[in-house]
Write a protein that binds this ligand. Structure first.
Ligand SMILES: Nc1ncnc2c1ncn2[C@@H]1O[C@H](COP(=O)(O)OP(=O)(O)OP(=O)(O)O)[C@@H](O)[C@H]1O
Length: 324
């Protein structure tokens, strides 16, 4: 197993970034994308960085990666100064931008990995071992020889994640990793990230609009609002604060009266004469498995799904609960 550094994965203090943007025909105004942000992420944590559109998430990540220079404040990523020590940082950090590729569009994935292994100075043995591990765990084998431009979005995202992890970075930053993916592809990618973290102790920091990503992958949630930290804590704590609930949808073997007495769950509605029922529950009080078990004691369940609260909805509720 890789030895982890004792330095925090991320340490920012009073970090601020402004942009000058056009306003009106001749005018210009200043936008503060990140505003006096102070936070620490310890090595080994898994953190979800959430917020509404334009809240400042991508700008923060770009500063962590040394792509953008802060206007003021300090930033240390893996103990390094991102802009001044960008090369050294690249050895310890992997970044995946959901909307932007780091792969060579016309080359097969296998070729991209060969180039990246050379860039990172991996030994031939290490390159072979790590590529084989990632190909197996991300199920890339069937399309390793296909030019990236011909891959589906789900295939390409798996390819991107492997590219970011090839050099076994201590910190993996993912910007919207599951955007546009179907349910199964999301699930596979999340399972992989959990396994990777369990195997190597990788620190995970991800921005997402998908609460499923946060609830499956993140032990800690940072909510940013207009560039400022609005919440730092567990998802359960955030759910408690805003009353965000998940919804278990069950398809039953026979029409059933409304399931109104399931512990820690609220019956939201029924369709098809009670064949499909929706039950809201709070993650802080129970689990989807416990609600399902309670339903199964009463009636035969044929199929089920769990609907996640929407990040935008959670963000809106936080702002509302704070009187904004
Ligand atoms: N290069 C830039 N020039 C001017 N303004 C910018 C630039 N990059 C970001 N901004 C502005 O800074 C603010 C924060 O943007 P940022 O992309 O960090 O938000 P975000 O939280 O990542 O949003 P989203 O969820 O939509 O990706 C927005 O008002 C945006 O318009």
């Amino acid at each position: 197993m890789r030895t982890t550094t004792t330095a925090p994965a991320v340490q920012v203090s009073q970090l601020t970034r402004t942009f000058r943007v056009r306003s009106g025909v001749l005018g210009r105004r200043e936008v503060t994308a990140v505003d006096d942000l102070t936070l620490t992420i310890e090595a080994g944590e898994s953190v979800g960085y959430i917020g509404a559109n334009g809240a400042g998430k991508s700008t923060t990540i770009k500063m962590l990666a040394g792509i953008l220079v802060p206007t003021s404040g300090t930033v240390r990523t893996c103990g390094l100064e991102p802009v001044a020590q960008r090369k050294a940082l690249a050895r310890r950090m992997g970044v995946v931008f959901g909307q932007r590729s780091q792969l060579w569009w016309d080359l097969p994935l296998a070729e991209s990995y060969r180039i990246l292994a050379a860039v990172h100075g991996l030994s031939a043995a290490r390159e072979q071992e790590r590529t084989a591990e990632l190909v197996e765990r991300l199920e890339l084998g069937a399309f390793l020889a296909t030019p990236v431009r011909q891959l589906s979005l789900g295939q390409r995202m798996r390819g991107e994640v492997a590219a970011a992890l090839l050099h076994s970075p201590a910190l993996l930053v993912l910007d919207e990793p599951t955007i546009g993916l179907d349910v199964l592809s999301k699930q596979r990618l999340r399972e992989f990230l959990l396994a990777e973290r369990a195997a190597h102790g990788t620190t995970l920091l991800l921005t997402t609009h998908d609460m499923g990503d946060v609830s499956r992958l993140c032990e800690r949630v940072l909510l940013v609002d207009h560039g400022r930290l609005a919440y730092d804590g567990s998802l359960a704590g955030l759910s408690r604060e805003v009353g965000a609930r998940r919804v278990l949808v069950v398809d039953l073997a026979a029409p059933t009266p409304d399931l109104v007495e399931v512990p820690h769950a609220e019956h939201l509605g029924s369709e098809g004469g009670g064949l499909r029922q929706r039950l809201a529950f709070d993650d802080a009080a129970t689990t989807a498995a416990a609600v399902l078990a309670a339903v199964s004691e009463r009636v035969q369940v044929r199929d089920l799904s769990v609907e996640e609260p929407d990040v935008e909805d959670v963000v809106r509720r936080v702002y509302q609960s704070r009187g904004r």
